[in-house]
Design a protein around this ligand. Sequence first.
Ligand code: PA5
Length: 411
Amino acid sequence: MKIKIDLAHAGNAESYAASNYKKAEEIRAYLCKDEEDYTGWVNWPSEIPTEWMTKMEKVAEDIRSKCDRLIVIGIGGSYLGTAAIIDALGGSKKGCPEVIYAGNNMSGYYHAGLKEVIDNHDVCLCVVSKSGGTMESRLAFSILKDWMYEKYGREETACRIVAITDPAKGILREETDAEGYVDFEIPGNIGGRYSAFTPGIMFPLAVAGVDIKALLKGAEDISKDETFWQEGLKYALARYALYEAGKSVEVFEYYDPSLRLIGEWCKQLFGESEGKEGKGIFPASLTFSTDLHSMGQFLQDGHQIFFETIVNVVKREKDVIVPESAGAELAGRSLNEINSMAVKGVMAAHAKADIPMIKIDVEDMKEEALGQLLYFFMMSAAVTGKLMEIDPFNQPGVEDYKQEIRNLLGQ
Ligand code: PA5
C-alpha cells in the first residue's frame, strides 16, 4: 500500500491501538458485511458496474468536447471530494476543462461573480445532489440554467447538463427524467461524505482528465488488503484513545497548499460522521508552513486540547532547486527536501511539548494513492464512530438549521 501509519509520537495511543486491535477488526468485518443502512460504500470500489465506468468516460469525453469550463454544482459530500482530488493533482489535466464550483454557498456576491467569470467561456453543468432538494444546489442550478438558456437556448442547455442524483427519488430525479438530461446515479445506500467513488465525484473528475480507473483501483486495493488493515486500523483506535484521554480536537496538517481541500474533505467526513450525541472529535486543518506563522504558537504553547494528524507526502511530482542567491546553507538544495526537514523539525518541537502526533505517510499524490487515502479515511471515520457508539452514517443535527432557514423563508 502507498500509505503508512506512524504512531511513534502518539503517546499512550500507540499501545492502546496495539492491544485493542481486535475490537477495530470486528467493526471492520461487520461493516464489510454491508448489512447496515448506508454501508454500501464499504465494498463499492469492487462492486461499481463496469458499464458505469465506461459510461462516465464516454460522457466525459463528450462534455470535454463541448466546454472549457465545467461547473460542478453541489455541496458537502457532493463536491468536496471532486475539489480535493483536482487540487491535490494540481488542477485539470492539460486540454481538459477547468472545473469551477457553484452551490456550495448561498452568497449572491459569489454567484454574481461566477457569472462574470464564465461570461466568455463555453460552459457545461454537472449538478450533484443525492437528495436532489438541497437548497444551495437548487438555487445555483436554477440561476445557472437561466444563464445557459439565454446563451444557448433551452434545447442546447439540456445537452450541456449532466445530473447525478438518487436513482429513484427527489426533485432533481424528476426534472432529469422529464428533461432527458444525461444522468448518473449515487447508489441509495451510500451517503454524501462516503460517496467519493461514486459518479457524484468520479464523473466530474473524469471530465477534468483524472484517471478515475487508477483512483478506483487504489480504493479497491486498500479495501481488500487485510495485511494493511492490521496497521491501518490503528489510526482509528489511536484517535479513539486520544479522544478518551481528553483530546477533543484533531488538527489535520499538510505541508503543501494543494492538500488544503483534502483537509476540508476530512473535516466534513469526520465532523459530520462523529459529532453527535454530545460526542466526537472536532476536526480542524492547517496548512504548513503557512499556518506555523499563526497557529504554530497555539500548537506549541496553547491550551492542549488537541492532537495532530500529519499527512506527509513522501514524494512530490515537481520540485525547485534553491539558487545561489538564497545563501550558502540553502543553495543547491531542493525545496521539497527543505520542506521535509520542516516536517521533522516541527514534529521534534511538538514532541518536546508532549503533543500527541499521528503521521500518515503517503507515497505520492497520484490517483492510486489518493484513492487509497480517501478510502482509508472513510473506513477510519466509520470505525472510530462505532467505537464512540454513535451512528457515523447519519447527520440529524444538519436538519435543525435547515428547518430554521426554511421557517425564515416562509416555506
Ligand atoms: O455527507 C452528507 O450527507 C452531506 O454533506 C451531503 O453530501 C450534503 O448535505 C449535500 O447533500 P445532497 O447531495 O443531498 O445535496
